[in-house]
Design a protein around this ligand. Structure first.
Ligand SMILES: C[S@@+](CC[C@H](N)C(=O)[O-])C[C@H]1O[C@@H](n2cnc3c(N)ncnc32)[C@H](O)[C@@H]1O
Length: 241
């Protein structure tokens, strides 16, 4: 059961901790100009787009494979004139349409190296000449351990406690979040389990895949857009067509 298709209305609450870092938002802002045509791919509930709209960007298409996530995004961004499209990042059809594509917290849903290259190739083809792709990913290395964690978050009248477990099998990580959601106004408790699997890639594997997809050059950064090191918790890529 995944939050994306079963309970998207709780996404911003349950995934709040992943939305706190401003590194990805800074990289998108630095990489694109305000009037460029952008695609927020795997947009989820539209948090990246919401940030860019506040910064003066306006020409953005939001795309996600899940209608429920898109409908939360549409509601959140209803005062803006944006396009919303339901499509998969490995199957969408666009040809030389965008100056920029951003994929936050989702590239690892391309579940093996062939699909990673295929997905990146789709993005490459959707970009105009010299168009840029920005994405982030956890920084993976073969002996890395993924620990279990507890998190808490409160948003308006809702409070959540999340027990996160991570199980790595080869390159596939199963990420489970057992959530207890307390509605402090209605005095109700809801228990939900969100489970997703994704593939973990090293920095080198992303670099090879970008080259294989045809990108002419790319740069990568560590957390805070600092110089990448092997211990960086996350990595940020900027690739040019
Ligand atoms: C962790 S969320 C990130 C959402 C958003 N980018 C953000 O940073 O807030 C991952 C999103 O990727 C979407 N997704 C997963 N696989 C996808 C695919 N193959 N094509 C398009 N969207 C996909 C999910 O529906 C979900 O909305």
């Amino acid at each position: 059961m995944s939050c994306y298709d079963e309970f998207p209305e709780y996404y911003d609450l349950i995934y709040n901790r992943f939305q706190q870092s401003d590194t990805f938002l800074k990289l998108t802002q630095y990489s694109f100009n305000r009037d460029e045509r952008l695609l927020d791919l795997c947009c989820g509930t539209g948090e990246v787009t919401a940030h860019l709209l506040k910064k003066g960007f306006w020409n953005i298409t939001c795309m996600d494979a899940e209608l429920g996530m898109l409908s939360v995004a549409r509601k959140k961004l209803e005062k803006y004139d944006l396009e919303f499209t339901c499509a998969s990042m490995c199957e969408f059809s666009a040809d030389n349409e965008f100056d920029g594509i951003m994929v936050r917290q989702a590239i690892n849903y391309l579940l093996d190296e062939d699909r990673l290259v295929d997905g990146l190739r789709h993005m490459y083809l959707a970009l105009r000449p010299y168009g840029r792709l920005v994405f982030n990913a956890p920084n993976h290395w073969p002996e890395k351990e993924y620990k279990d964690r507890m998190h808490e978050c409160t948003q308006d009248n809702l409070q959540v406690i999340v027990h996160e477990t991570n199980t790595l099998d080869g390159k596939i990580l199963t990420h489970k979040q057992r959530c207890i959601i307390h509605d402090m106004e209605k005095e109700t408790i809801v228990r939900l389990t969100d489970e997703n699997t994704f593939a973990m890639y090293t920095r080198e594997e992303f670099s090879h895949a970008l080259d294989a997809a045809g990108f002419s050059k790319h740069h990568y950064y560590g957390a805070g857009l600092c110089h990448y090191t092997k211990e960086s918790p996350s990595m940020y890529f900027l690739a040019t067509k």
